[in-house]
Design a protein around this ligand. Structure first.
Ligand code: DX5
Ligand code: ZN
Length: 233
């Protein structure tokens, strides 16, 4: 049976002037989580939101808040984001020299810990941390902007991550972020992803319900992710 797939709309592509309405709309439309992109103009060449927005979102939605920190000094902001109500805090391996300490600091605050990799960062950089994380995020664009094109070479990294997590019997979410559309959902899920972030694919459409349903339907055409079948053989 196909594993459950979680769909996480990224508010980066929402209308920020109507943020509460947009969040309510994707919640009604069947979203499973809300993806919040935090950018510092330093680790990535763009600026977005901080803890006050997370705190405001916490008051208007029951959806888990999946906060993606694209910032240089994540350690300094973990307490504030945890306090603001983040359910998942995901940090970049490229920005965290003391990754184990950072992951522990997230978990100590009762928040689920995620780790993520840029497209050019090898999956082997997670070797010592697989067993410690609740979420692994594979970036399928270079972070910084919505609306970019999915980089197909990351598919093999999703497969490698799936194999590592299955070896450990880990229940960590395997999330993919960047250029995820209805049309490529099937191959991303077939590679082993469980959680799909989609910004422009959802918010550029008038009918959020139809788009989320189409993604879910595409995901359900995958009987079993290929590597999982290979590992179980
Ligand atoms: C990119 C962000 C993404 C972005 C995805 O740096 O991390 O979450 O919102 O946008 P789309 O789905 O439009 O590629
Ligand atoms: Zn993101």
């Amino acid at each position: 049976m196909a594993p459950p797939i979680y769909i996480a709309p990224s508010i980066l592509s929402a209308d920020f002037a109507r943020l509460a309405d947009e969040v309510a709309a994707v919640e009604r439309a069947g979203a499973d989580m809300l993806h919040v992109d935090v950018m510092d103009g330093h680790f990535v060449p763009n600026l977005t939101v901080g803890p006050p927005i997370v705190e405001s979102l916490r008051k208007v939605t029951k959806l888990p808040l999946d906060v993606h920190l694209m910032i240089t000094n994540a350690d300094a902001f973990i307490p504030e984001f945890a306090e603001a109500g983040a359910d998942y805090l995901t940090v970049h391996v490229e920005a965290c020299p003391h990754l184990h300490r950072t992951i522990q600091s997230i978990k100590e605050r009762g928040v689920k810990a995620g780790v993520t990799l840029n497209p050019a960062t090898p999956i082997s950089s997670l070797q010592e941390i697989w067993g410690d994380v609740d979420l692994v995020l594979i970036m399928s664009v270079n972070p910084g902007f919505g609306g970019q094109t999915f980089i197909p070479s990351v598919l093999k990294k999703i497969v490698e991550a799936r194999i590592q997590l299955d070896r450990l019997n880990s229940q960590a979410l395997l999330e993919v972020d960047g250029g995820v559309k209805v049309d490529n959902t099937k191959e991303i899920v077939a590679a082993g992803a469980t959680t799909l972030v989609a910004g422009s694919a959802i918010f550029s459409q008038r009918d959020y319900t139809a788009t989320i349903a189409a993604m879910r339907a595409a995901a359900q055409t995958v009987a079993q992710p290929t590597p999982r079948a290979a590992v179980n053989r």
